[in-house]
Design a protein around this ligand. Structure first.
Ligand SMILES: *[C@@H]1O[C@H](CO)[C@@H](O)[C@H](O)[C@H]1NC(C)=O
Ligand SMILES: *[C@@H]1O[C@H](CO)[C@@H](O)[C@H](O)[C@H]1NC(C)=O
Ligand SMILES: *[C@@H]1O[C@H](CO)[C@@H](O)[C@H](O)[C@H]1NC(C)=O
Ligand SMILES: *[C@@H]1O[C@H](CO)[C@@H](O)[C@H](O)[C@H]1NC(C)=O
Ligand SMILES: *[C@@H]1O[C@H](CO)[C@@H](O)[C@H](O)[C@H]1NC(C)=O
Length: 406
């Protein structure tokens, strides 16, 4: 019986481990063996596209040699523009040489990472792949303005790891007027109107209403990553938001940003605890960033939110959409798995936050009553944490198995 549990627990673990190994490609390492692509590889690194590529499964990278890169560099584009152009060279699908030579109906359209930057409008993040006469394969960015002539052709395959990563060489740099458009400095971006226009209007309104815009823009110069809750999520949370004291409302808003730049690739690579703009002194207000395959989740111990979109991702500014309001343990009840946090109680006693207490419960009931109240009013949050709990149970199980094996 014990043996049975052990084995049935071990199998998914082994699958998990092998999936993790298959997953670990490193585009810099792959290209290091081919000095003719050293410039291309260098620019993948400095634009952070390398990290993005390394953490995606099912991807095709169209490399160009140093001569083609020199043509591009002679145009003196900004690094942001070069990033946009190079992101046209990374497809979110797998194309090995064989698949390229028999694209259905002689032509197919695939989406590139440029589509995912938040920079591309309309169809400009897509690339047409065409099987042209004489066994050649042509690549033409949609909206490139060159309808009859492919911009580049397939040269050779560099490595193929079927359905995970394919790195091929193409003859010329892929570009489009949209990708080459001057990007302007990200620090000139109007963050609130960006959020308003891309599905985070409610959060943007909240920042403006609370006069927190400056706290955000001050950080813009040195780096800023914002996680804005989707409108639907924030709207249903508003009654609970209004119940918080003004100070706690501010903390909750600032809890949605980090004071440095993180691309999606960096978030995927850098699993771990992160401080937020609300963190100061003994107030942790932190959360854990965790990748889950291609997804990135944010675990606060109260809820687990998922990144569902990118509004902008341009050093030093990144804004990501999340599917839930991030609830810090400092303000909301944590999942039952973790020991109930009571530090706020002792802090209250010593620091004497009398005004805030009055705000919550006027006729002075005991702290325990307040806690009980929290319990019932945060029902929604606690149901959601059920998932987090079972995940940590699974994790504990895995750790248990690991210890048993090794
Ligand atoms: C990828 O490979 C390069 C060159 O071999 C190495 O310097 C770099 O540390 C590797 N990156 C990761 C994330 O392993
Ligand atoms: C891309 O492919 C689509 C569908 O095959 C076609 O309508 C369009 O004209 C092509 N665009 C370019 C730039 O080749
Ligand atoms: C951002 O845009 C909003 C609305 O379009 C405007 O009211 C606000 O003044 C702008 N903020 C900055 C810093 O330009
Ligand atoms: C707000 O607080 C009051 C008093 O503590 C409570 O009765 C009410 O249920 C709370 N509402 C929400 C939506 O949490
Ligand atoms: C903020 O919320 C916590 C937890 O509900 C509470 O203990 C604290 O008194 C509040 N602080 C203020 C300033 O309202």
């Amino acid at each position: 019986m014990k043996q049975r549990i052990f084995i049935s627990g071990l199998l998914p673990l082994l699958l998990l481990l092998s999936a993790a190994t298959a997953d670990a490609h490193n585009i810099t390492h792959i290209l290091a063996g081919h000095p003719e692509f050293s410039t291309f590889s260098h620019y993948l690194t400095v634009t952070h596209l390398a990290a993005e590529i390394n953490h995606r499964r099912t991807i095709t990278v169209c490399a160009v040699d140093n001569a083609a890169m020199n043509d591009l560099l002679s145009k003196h584009f900004s690094l942001d523009t070069i990033k946009n152009i190079l992101s046209l060279h990374v497809f979110a699908d797998y194309f090995g040489a064989a698949k390229l030579h028999r694209v259905a109906k002689g032509s197919t359209t695939t989406s590139s990472l440029f589509q995912a930057t938040g920079e591309a409008a309309g169809t400009s993040g897509y690339v047409n792949i065409t099987d042209i006469k004489g066994g050649k394969v042509g690549f033409t960015p949609v909206d490139s303005g060159s309808d009859d002539q492919p911009v580049a052709t397939f040269v050779k395959s560099i490595i193929e790891e079927p359905y995970v990563i394919s790195v091929i060489q193409i003859s010329h740099v892929l570009s489009s007027p949209e990708a080459e458009a001057p990007t302007g400095s990200p620090t000139d971006v109007n963050v609130t109107s960006l959020m308003t226009n891309q599905g985070c209007k409610a959060f943007s309104d909240l920042i403006i209403a609370h006069g927190d815009v400056e706290t955000f823009t001050q950080n813009l110069q040195t780096g800023l990553t914002i996680f804005c809750p989707e409108d639907e999520a924030l709207k249903s949370f508003m009654p609970r938001f209004k119940n918080l004291s003004a100070d706690n409302q501010t903390s909750l808003i600032l809890y949605h940003a980090i004071s440095f730049y993180n691309s999606l690739g960096m978030l995927r690579a850098g699993n771990g605890l992160m401080n937020t703009l609300a963190s100061e002194g003994a107030k942790h207000f932190d959360f854990t960033v965790q990748n889950d395959g291609d997804d990135v989740t944010i675990e606060t111990k109260v809820i687990t939110a998922k990144i569902t979109g990118t509004l902008i991702d341009r050093d030093p500014l990144a804004v990501f959409k999340v599917d839930k309001v991030l609830l810090p343990t400092e303000l909301f009840k944590a999942a039952p798995a973790s020991p109930a946090p009571k530090p706020s109680k002792s802090k209250k006693a010593s620091a004497g936050d009398a005004d805030s207490d009055a705000d919550a419960e006027s006729p002075g009931p005991s702290d325990d009553d307040t806690a009980a109240d929290e319990d019932s009013t945060n029902g929604g949050g606690r149901i959601r944490t059920g998932g987090g709990f079972s995940v940590s149970v699974c994790f504990a199980l895995l750790v248990g198995i690991l210890t048993a094996v090794f």
